[in-house]
Design a protein around this ligand. Structure first.
Ligand SMILES: O=C1O[C@H](COP(=O)(O)O)[C@@H](O)[C@H](O)[C@H]1O
Length: 239
């Protein structure tokens, strides 16, 4: 008698596109539909977006989308501990590319505050951030070639706390030599509760890094997040 093959379900859905423009349109449509449905259900919507280089065009597409943006709150998945005047600021990236055009009506809640220390900023941000309508409706993650996502860097001293899915913290400080500067990040606990959780990566190097991170040891932060997600993470990739 033939045995039924037992297969492990993939913890992610791979969504491959022929080019970046098509990916950006598709991901923007998905995000807008999710936010619109949350606005219908609860009168508002919360989205957390990543920084870095990858999401710039996606933000520009999103900024022109028809949506009740005045009902949308935008925050960041993570931030470099730099003021918005810095070219490294994720808040500046969002302001200049997403909070434009139709999306200028959205409310933006940044992670960075001019505080005396990173730890102060993380604790005061946590109070502010607690008042947001969690869980987020949409969280869009990015990934570095080192397998970090959000600011969960492989060499962060507090990596276990950052990845703790039972954490009650919203924002946490990160010190990691490989990060370039200190960081603020949403906790994995907040990220994992999102109604829609996607990873947006582009290019062959990122694809190879993702595939290695999902198989090789030691376990990279992106894999820890994907494996802890309550439903498969949607991975959007284009060459
Ligand atoms: O430092 C960061 O890097 C990652 C990946 O950025 P990319 O430039 O390689 O797209 C990003 O997801 C994160 O938000 C950012 O702070």
């Amino acid at each position: 008698m033939a045995r039924k093959q037992l297969t492990m379900a993939e913890p992610y859905n791979w969504k491959e596109f022929t080019d970046r423009t098509t990916l950006e349109r598709s991901l923007a449509d998905t995000i807008v539909n999710r936010l619109a449905s949350s606005i219908t259900k609860r009168g508002k919507a919360l989205i957390a977006v990543s920084g870095g280089n990858t999401p710039k065009k996606l933000f520009q597409v999103l900024s022109n989308a028809d949506l009740a943006w005045d009902r949308v709150i935008v925050t960041l998945v993570d931030e470099r501990f730099v003021p918005p005047s810095s070219p490294r600021s994720n808040a500046a990236l969002v302001s200049e590319n997403l909070l434009q055009n139709k999306a200028a009506a959205a409310r933006f809640v940044p992670l960075y505050k001019d505080a005396t220390s990173l730890e102060d900023a993380a604790s005061s941000d946590s109070v502010d951030m607690q008042t947001l309508p969690w869980p987020a409706d949409v969280v869009i993650l990015g990934m570095g070639l080192d397998g970090h996502t959000a600011s969960f860097f492989p060499d962060a001293g507090n990596l276990a706390s950052l990845l703790d899915s039972a954490s009650t913290r919203t924002v946490l400080p990160v010190h990691a030599q490989s990060a370039g500067e200190p960081r603020l990040t949403l906790s994995a606990a907040r990220i994992l509760c999102a109604g829609f959780l996607a990873l947006h990566i582009e290019g062959s190097e990122k694809r190879a890094a993702f595939e290695q991170a999902m198989t090789n040891e030691p376990k990279k932060p992106i894999r820890s997040v994907i494996e802890a997600a309550p439903k498969p993470v949607e991975v959007f990739w284009a060459p």
